[in-house]
Design a protein around this ligand. Sequence first.
Ligand code: CP
Length: 303
Amino acid sequence: MKNKSLVSIVDFSKTDYLKILSTAAEFEKNSYQNLLNGKVIATLFFEPSTRTRLSFESAINRLGGRVIGFTDSSSSSVTKGETLYDTIRVISNYSELIVMRHPLEGSARYASEITQLPVINAGDGANQHPTQTLLDLYSIQKTQGKLNNLNIVMVGDLKYGRTVHSLLMALSEFDANFYFISPDELKMPDEYKLHLEKTGLSYHESRDLDDTINEADIIYMTRVQKERFSDPIEYEKTRNAYVLKNDMLKGTRNNTKVLHPLPRVNEIDIGVDMNPKAYYFEQTENGVYVRQAIISLILGLKS
Ligand code: CP
Protein backbone atom coordinates (compact mmCIF):
# COMPACT_ATOMS: atom_id res chain seq x y z
CA MET A 1 0.00 0.00 0.00
CA LYS A 2 2.96 2.33 0.59
CA ASN A 3 2.79 5.40 -1.71
CA LYS A 4 -0.26 3.98 -3.52
CA SER A 5 -3.31 6.08 -4.31
CA LEU A 6 -6.71 4.85 -3.11
CA VAL A 7 -9.09 5.93 -5.86
CA SER A 8 -11.28 2.87 -6.24
CA ILE A 9 -11.78 0.15 -3.66
CA VAL A 10 -10.45 -2.35 -6.22
CA ASP A 11 -7.08 -0.54 -6.22
CA PHE A 12 -6.45 -2.43 -2.98
CA SER A 13 -6.60 -6.20 -2.45
CA LYS A 14 -8.50 -8.27 0.08
CA THR A 15 -5.21 -8.63 1.99
CA ASP A 16 -4.92 -4.82 2.04
CA TYR A 17 -8.48 -4.45 3.38
CA LEU A 18 -7.73 -6.87 6.22
CA LYS A 19 -4.45 -5.07 7.01
CA ILE A 20 -6.30 -1.74 7.18
CA LEU A 21 -8.93 -3.24 9.49
CA SER A 22 -6.36 -4.73 11.88
CA THR A 23 -4.41 -1.44 11.91
CA ALA A 24 -7.66 0.47 12.59
CA ALA A 25 -8.30 -1.82 15.57
CA GLU A 26 -4.87 -0.80 16.95
CA PHE A 27 -5.80 2.88 16.54
CA GLU A 28 -9.11 2.27 18.28
CA LYS A 29 -7.14 1.12 21.33
CA ASN A 30 -4.61 3.96 21.10
CA SER A 31 -5.73 6.77 18.81
CA TYR A 32 -3.21 9.49 19.66
CA GLN A 33 0.16 8.58 18.11
CA ASN A 34 2.56 11.21 16.78
CA LEU A 35 3.40 9.31 13.60
CA LEU A 36 2.98 12.25 11.21
CA ASN A 37 5.19 14.49 13.37
CA GLY A 38 4.04 17.76 11.75
CA LYS A 39 3.74 16.47 8.17
CA VAL A 40 1.23 18.39 6.05
CA ILE A 41 -1.79 16.73 4.39
CA ALA A 42 -4.13 18.52 1.97
CA THR A 43 -7.92 18.00 2.15
CA LEU A 44 -9.62 19.40 -0.96
CA PHE A 45 -13.41 19.30 -0.79
CA PHE A 46 -15.07 20.52 -3.99
CA GLU A 47 -18.37 19.12 -2.65
CA PRO A 48 -19.93 19.42 0.84
CA SER A 49 -19.00 16.95 3.57
CA THR A 50 -19.29 16.63 7.34
CA ARG A 51 -18.10 13.12 8.28
CA THR A 52 -15.49 12.41 5.63
CA ARG A 53 -13.68 15.73 5.92
CA LEU A 54 -13.85 16.06 9.68
CA SER A 55 -12.96 12.42 10.39
CA PHE A 56 -9.96 12.75 8.05
CA GLU A 57 -8.95 15.96 9.81
CA SER A 58 -9.45 14.38 13.23
CA ALA A 59 -7.36 11.39 12.08
CA ILE A 60 -4.55 13.70 10.84
CA ASN A 61 -4.59 15.71 14.08
CA ARG A 62 -4.51 12.57 16.24
CA LEU A 63 -1.48 11.43 14.22
CA GLY A 64 0.29 14.73 14.95
CA GLY A 65 -0.03 16.08 11.39
CA ARG A 66 -1.20 19.41 9.99
CA VAL A 67 -4.05 20.03 7.57
CA ILE A 68 -4.29 22.50 4.69
CA GLY A 69 -7.08 22.74 2.15
CA PHE A 70 -10.53 24.06 1.48
CA THR A 71 -14.05 23.08 2.39
CA ASP A 72 -15.65 24.98 -0.43
CA SER A 73 -14.04 25.45 -3.83
CA SER A 74 -15.60 28.95 -4.04
CA SER A 75 -12.85 30.06 -1.64
CA SER A 76 -10.16 28.76 -4.00
CA SER A 77 -8.86 30.02 -7.36
CA VAL A 78 -11.16 27.53 -9.11
CA THR A 79 -13.65 30.45 -9.15
CA LYS A 80 -11.11 32.38 -11.29
CA GLY A 81 -11.09 29.56 -13.82
CA GLU A 82 -8.11 27.56 -12.53
CA THR A 83 -8.24 23.97 -13.77
CA LEU A 84 -8.16 20.84 -11.61
CA TYR A 85 -4.84 20.01 -13.31
CA ASP A 86 -3.22 23.27 -12.15
CA THR A 87 -4.80 23.04 -8.69
CA ILE A 88 -3.39 19.56 -8.10
CA ARG A 89 0.05 20.48 -9.52
CA VAL A 90 0.28 23.43 -7.14
CA ILE A 91 -1.00 21.66 -4.01
CA SER A 92 1.46 18.83 -4.67
CA ASN A 93 4.18 21.32 -3.69
CA TYR A 94 2.55 21.96 -0.32
CA SER A 95 1.72 18.54 1.13
CA GLU A 96 2.62 14.84 1.45
CA LEU A 97 -0.78 13.39 0.57
CA ILE A 98 -3.98 14.68 -1.06
CA VAL A 99 -7.48 13.77 0.11
CA MET A 100 -10.02 14.93 -2.46
CA ARG A 101 -13.80 14.96 -2.91
CA HIS A 102 -15.14 16.13 -6.25
CA PRO A 103 -18.56 15.95 -7.95
CA LEU A 104 -17.16 14.53 -11.21
CA GLU A 105 -16.76 10.77 -11.65
CA GLY A 106 -13.16 9.99 -12.53
CA SER A 107 -11.77 13.22 -11.04
CA ALA A 108 -9.81 11.41 -8.32
CA ARG A 109 -8.24 9.04 -10.88
CA TYR A 110 -7.32 12.06 -13.00
CA ALA A 111 -5.76 13.80 -9.98
CA SER A 112 -3.74 10.67 -9.14
CA GLU A 113 -2.30 10.68 -12.69
CA ILE A 114 -1.16 14.32 -12.40
CA THR A 115 0.73 14.16 -9.12
CA GLN A 116 3.53 12.05 -7.67
CA LEU A 117 1.76 12.18 -4.30
CA PRO A 118 -0.72 9.52 -3.22
CA VAL A 119 -4.34 10.64 -3.70
CA ILE A 120 -7.19 9.36 -1.53
CA ASN A 121 -10.62 9.57 -3.13
CA ALA A 122 -13.08 10.99 -0.60
CA GLY A 123 -15.96 10.52 -3.06
CA ASP A 124 -16.14 11.25 -6.82
CA GLY A 125 -19.69 11.84 -8.00
CA ALA A 126 -21.78 8.67 -8.08
CA ASN A 127 -18.70 6.53 -8.65
CA GLN A 128 -16.71 5.46 -5.58
CA HIS A 129 -16.16 6.24 -1.90
CA PRO A 130 -13.47 3.73 -0.90
CA THR A 131 -12.64 5.04 2.58
CA GLN A 132 -16.35 4.86 3.48
CA THR A 133 -16.27 1.24 2.36
CA LEU A 134 -13.31 0.43 4.57
CA LEU A 135 -15.04 1.93 7.60
CA ASP A 136 -18.19 0.02 6.63
CA LEU A 137 -16.16 -3.21 6.51
CA TYR A 138 -14.68 -2.39 9.90
CA SER A 139 -18.17 -1.74 11.30
CA ILE A 140 -19.50 -4.99 9.82
CA GLN A 141 -16.60 -7.03 11.19
CA LYS A 142 -16.95 -5.43 14.61
CA THR A 143 -20.69 -6.08 14.87
CA GLN A 144 -20.86 -9.49 13.18
CA GLY A 145 -17.51 -10.93 14.28
CA LYS A 146 -16.79 -11.86 10.65
CA LEU A 147 -17.01 -10.60 7.08
CA ASN A 148 -17.75 -13.84 5.23
CA ASN A 149 -21.13 -15.15 4.07
CA LEU A 150 -23.31 -12.35 5.39
CA ASN A 151 -26.73 -11.28 4.14
CA ILE A 152 -26.40 -7.65 3.09
CA VAL A 153 -29.61 -5.75 2.37
CA MET A 154 -28.90 -2.48 0.53
CA VAL A 155 -31.82 -0.05 0.53
CA GLY A 156 -32.64 3.19 -1.30
CA ASP A 157 -30.62 4.94 -3.98
CA LEU A 158 -28.56 2.11 -5.43
CA LYS A 159 -28.12 3.89 -8.77
CA TYR A 160 -26.27 7.03 -7.70
CA GLY A 161 -25.05 5.80 -4.30
CA ARG A 162 -21.26 5.64 -4.49
CA THR A 163 -21.07 4.04 -1.04
CA VAL A 164 -23.07 0.98 -2.11
CA HIS A 165 -21.05 0.63 -5.31
CA SER A 166 -17.73 0.53 -3.42
CA LEU A 167 -19.16 -1.69 -0.67
CA LEU A 168 -20.54 -4.23 -3.14
CA MET A 169 -17.14 -4.56 -4.81
CA ALA A 170 -15.36 -5.08 -1.47
CA LEU A 171 -17.92 -7.51 -0.01
CA SER A 172 -17.85 -9.60 -3.16
CA GLU A 173 -14.41 -10.73 -1.88
CA PHE A 174 -16.17 -12.15 1.18
CA ASP A 175 -18.95 -14.20 -0.46
CA ALA A 176 -21.80 -11.92 0.63
CA ASN A 177 -25.43 -12.57 -0.33
CA PHE A 178 -26.85 -9.31 -1.63
CA TYR A 179 -30.44 -8.03 -1.53
CA PHE A 180 -31.05 -4.83 -3.49
CA ILE A 181 -34.15 -2.89 -2.42
CA SER A 182 -34.90 0.20 -4.48
CA PRO A 183 -37.52 1.91 -6.61
CA ASP A 184 -37.26 0.98 -10.31
CA GLU A 185 -35.71 4.37 -11.08
CA LEU A 186 -32.82 3.79 -8.64
CA LYS A 187 -31.83 0.18 -9.24
CA MET A 188 -28.28 -1.10 -8.85
CA PRO A 189 -26.48 -0.44 -12.18
CA ASP A 190 -25.96 -3.46 -14.45
CA GLU A 191 -22.16 -3.27 -14.29
CA TYR A 192 -22.23 -4.15 -10.57
CA LYS A 193 -24.75 -6.96 -11.04
CA LEU A 194 -22.61 -8.30 -13.88
CA HIS A 195 -19.60 -8.28 -11.55
CA LEU A 196 -21.53 -10.44 -9.04
CA GLU A 197 -22.64 -12.82 -11.78
CA LYS A 198 -19.05 -13.22 -12.98
CA THR A 199 -17.91 -13.79 -9.40
CA GLY A 200 -20.60 -16.46 -8.93
CA LEU A 201 -22.41 -14.56 -6.15
CA SER A 202 -26.16 -14.37 -5.73
CA TYR A 203 -28.26 -11.23 -5.56
CA HIS A 204 -31.97 -10.57 -5.26
CA GLU A 205 -33.78 -7.42 -6.38
CA SER A 206 -37.07 -6.13 -5.01
CA ARG A 207 -39.00 -2.93 -4.48
CA ASP A 208 -40.28 -4.16 -1.12
CA LEU A 209 -38.08 -4.06 1.99
CA ASP A 210 -40.56 -6.27 3.90
CA ASP A 211 -39.67 -9.17 1.55
CA THR A 212 -36.13 -9.48 2.87
CA ILE A 213 -35.62 -7.47 6.05
CA ASN A 214 -35.89 -10.54 8.31
CA GLU A 215 -33.04 -12.24 6.40
CA ALA A 216 -30.64 -9.34 6.94
CA ASP A 217 -27.43 -9.42 8.93
CA ILE A 218 -26.76 -5.86 7.76
CA ILE A 219 -29.42 -3.39 6.62
CA TYR A 220 -27.49 -0.72 4.71
CA MET A 221 -29.80 2.29 4.35
CA THR A 222 -28.98 5.12 1.93
CA ARG A 223 -30.33 8.58 1.23
CA VAL A 224 -32.01 9.45 -2.06
CA GLN A 225 -29.52 12.09 -3.16
CA LYS A 226 -31.26 15.21 -4.42
CA GLU A 227 -27.98 16.60 -5.79
CA ARG A 228 -27.58 13.70 -8.28
CA PHE A 229 -30.94 14.23 -10.05
CA SER A 230 -31.15 16.41 -13.15
CA ASP A 231 -34.97 16.16 -13.07
CA PRO A 232 -36.57 17.38 -9.78
CA ILE A 233 -39.78 15.44 -10.60
CA GLU A 234 -37.81 12.15 -10.59
CA TYR A 235 -36.41 13.09 -7.16
CA GLU A 236 -39.88 13.87 -5.76
CA LYS A 237 -41.16 10.50 -7.03
CA THR A 238 -38.52 8.51 -5.14
CA ARG A 239 -37.48 10.56 -2.10
CA ASN A 240 -39.93 8.92 0.33
CA ALA A 241 -39.64 5.41 -1.07
CA TYR A 242 -38.32 3.87 2.18
CA VAL A 243 -38.58 4.98 5.80
CA LEU A 244 -37.19 2.45 8.29
CA LYS A 245 -39.19 2.35 11.54
CA ASN A 246 -38.80 0.40 14.79
CA ASP A 247 -41.76 -1.88 14.15
CA MET A 248 -40.10 -3.05 10.91
CA LEU A 249 -37.11 -4.33 12.93
CA LYS A 250 -39.22 -6.53 15.27
CA GLY A 251 -38.83 -9.77 13.29
CA THR A 252 -35.19 -9.25 12.34
CA ARG A 253 -32.31 -11.44 13.51
CA ASN A 254 -30.67 -10.83 16.89
CA ASN A 255 -27.40 -9.91 15.17
CA THR A 256 -28.98 -7.50 12.65
CA LYS A 257 -27.42 -4.03 12.54
CA VAL A 258 -28.60 -0.96 10.69
CA LEU A 259 -25.82 0.97 8.94
CA HIS A 260 -26.05 4.21 6.97
CA PRO A 261 -23.16 6.26 5.57
CA LEU A 262 -25.13 9.40 6.57
CA PRO A 263 -26.27 12.12 6.18
CA ARG A 264 -29.86 10.91 6.50
CA VAL A 265 -32.91 12.90 5.53
CA ASN A 266 -35.99 10.86 6.46
CA GLU A 267 -35.11 7.30 5.45
CA ILE A 268 -34.50 6.22 9.07
CA ASP A 269 -37.10 7.39 11.57
CA ILE A 270 -35.39 9.04 14.56
CA GLY A 271 -37.20 6.53 16.81
CA VAL A 272 -34.76 3.89 15.50
CA ASP A 273 -31.78 5.80 16.94
CA MET A 274 -32.32 4.27 20.41
CA ASN A 275 -32.85 0.75 19.03
CA PRO A 276 -29.86 -1.52 19.89
CA LYS A 277 -29.84 -2.56 16.23
CA ALA A 278 -28.99 1.00 15.12
CA TYR A 279 -25.25 1.34 14.52
CA TYR A 280 -24.89 4.39 12.25
CA PHE A 281 -23.49 6.78 14.85
CA GLU A 282 -20.88 4.25 16.06
CA GLN A 283 -20.08 3.73 12.36
CA THR A 284 -19.03 7.41 12.10
CA GLU A 285 -16.60 6.99 15.02
CA ASN A 286 -15.03 3.97 13.30
CA GLY A 287 -14.26 6.29 10.37
CA VAL A 288 -11.56 8.07 12.38
CA TYR A 289 -9.62 4.86 13.22
CA VAL A 290 -9.94 3.51 9.70
CA ARG A 291 -8.71 6.78 8.17
CA GLN A 292 -5.79 6.86 10.62
CA ALA A 293 -4.92 3.36 9.40
CA ILE A 294 -5.20 4.29 5.69
CA ILE A 295 -3.02 7.40 6.06
CA SER A 296 -0.37 5.59 8.14
CA LEU A 297 -0.13 2.64 5.77
CA ILE A 298 -0.03 4.75 2.59
CA LEU A 299 2.66 7.01 4.04
CA GLY A 300 4.65 4.00 5.28
CA LEU A 301 4.34 5.05 8.93
CA LYS A 302 2.94 1.61 9.78
CA SER A 303 3.63 -1.66 8.00
N1 CP B 1 -20.65 9.46 4.61
C1 CP B 1 -20.26 10.61 4.05
O1 CP B 1 -19.58 10.64 3.01
O2 CP B 1 -20.68 11.73 4.73
P1 CP B 1 -20.28 13.21 4.34
O3 CP B 1 -20.91 13.52 3.01
O4 CP B 1 -20.82 14.07 5.46
O5 CP B 1 -18.78 13.27 4.26
